[in-house]
Design a protein around this ligand. Structure first.
Ligand code: FES
Length: 285
């Protein structure tokens, strides 16, 4: 084999995949970090177009109590120290933290330790390896030892990711419940924002239930698929997870895009800089 970084006997454009992946993951990472720190413009209320900057959003917070909003998945579940529900358990001393910082550790940990993403970013960012049968800048290979043993936490991040799904589904439900901020009248409606939240739950479900660790949890230790209805049910679950798993890469990449795009849309609708508001397609006020 040829020696030296990037040298190879391969004749195909092997570098295209890792390069595209590096650009895609890099953009997503920068965007999510930027938005997580921004701490503003992450939800749309029933009188669409309101900005919800926490610092100035007292009026809009009152509307939040009526349960009508389109909340960015990057900020869900919404934890505001000293606020309602979960927020009341968080000390006010942490109020300097963006609500996104409390929750992103789980989805980020889930994706960061995902078997597919590991393949992608080991190549794209760390040249470990550079590609199959392509020479890399160094010779050592120590596997996932040292700091990288943390990758073994993937299964636990998967448990957390499963818990997020009903929370995100609940966000979708809230987004189709419109409340008039003045009269408090209620009506159902569907906006582009709510459709994006729906797409987000579906894509994340496809990604999470096709996870290798999930597939192992439902069927990994089984050598009996038929003797009881519970065993048959397990088999069906495992087959379903296997179907999703076969396209795990696609679920991983597209679901990431949908999360970010849903957030971007909500940002556009709440920041006057963009000059647009959420489009209600059906019902609403
Ligand atoms: S292997 Fe990709 S999410 Fe578990």
């Amino acid at each position: 084999m040829k020696k030296g970084f990037g040298q190879t006997d391969r004749t195909d454009p092997w570098w295209k995949g890792p390069t595209a992946m590096g650009a895609y993951l890099g953009i997503m990472l920068i965007y999510a970090t930027w938005r997580g720190f921004m701490e503003a413009d992450f939800w749309i209320f029933s009188e669409f177009g309101y900005s919800a900057d926490i610092g100035h959003g007292a009026g809009t917070m009152a509307i939040e109590n009526t349960g009508s909003h389109v909340l960015s998945p990057l900020y869900s579940p919404l934890i505001i120290p000293g606020g309602d529900s979960i927020g009341s358990m968080v000390p006010l001393a942490l109020a300097w933290m963006s609500p996104a910082m409390f929750i992103l550790v789980f989805p980020a940990g889930f994706r960061g330790t995902c078997y597919y993403y590991r393949k992608a970013y080991y190549r794209a960012f760390f040249q470990q390896p550079t590609g199959c049968a392509v020479s890399k800048p160094w010779n050592e290979y120590s596997g996932e030892t040292g700091l990288l043993v943390v990758q073994n936490l993937h299964r636990y991040f998967m448990y957390a990711a499963v818990i997020y799904l009903p929370i995100l589904a609940w966000d979708f439900w809230l987004s189709i419940n419109f409340h008039d901020p003045v009269t408090h009248a209620h009506s159902f409606g569907v906006s582009i924002g709510s459709l994006l939240l729906f797409a987000n739950v579906m894509m994340l479900s496809g990604y999470t239930f096709g996870c290798h660790a999930f597939r192992h949890v439902v069927g990994g230790g089984s050598n009996d698929w038929t003797s009881s209805s519970a065993a048959r049910f397990k088999h069906r679950l495992w087959k379903w997870s296997t179907k999703l798993n076969e396209h795990h890469k696609d679920w991983a990449l597209y679901s990431l895009f949908v999360v970010m795009f849903a957030d971007f849309y909500i940002w556009m609708c709440t920041d006057p800089m963009f000059g647009i508001s959420d489009i209600v397609l059906i019902g609403g006020f």
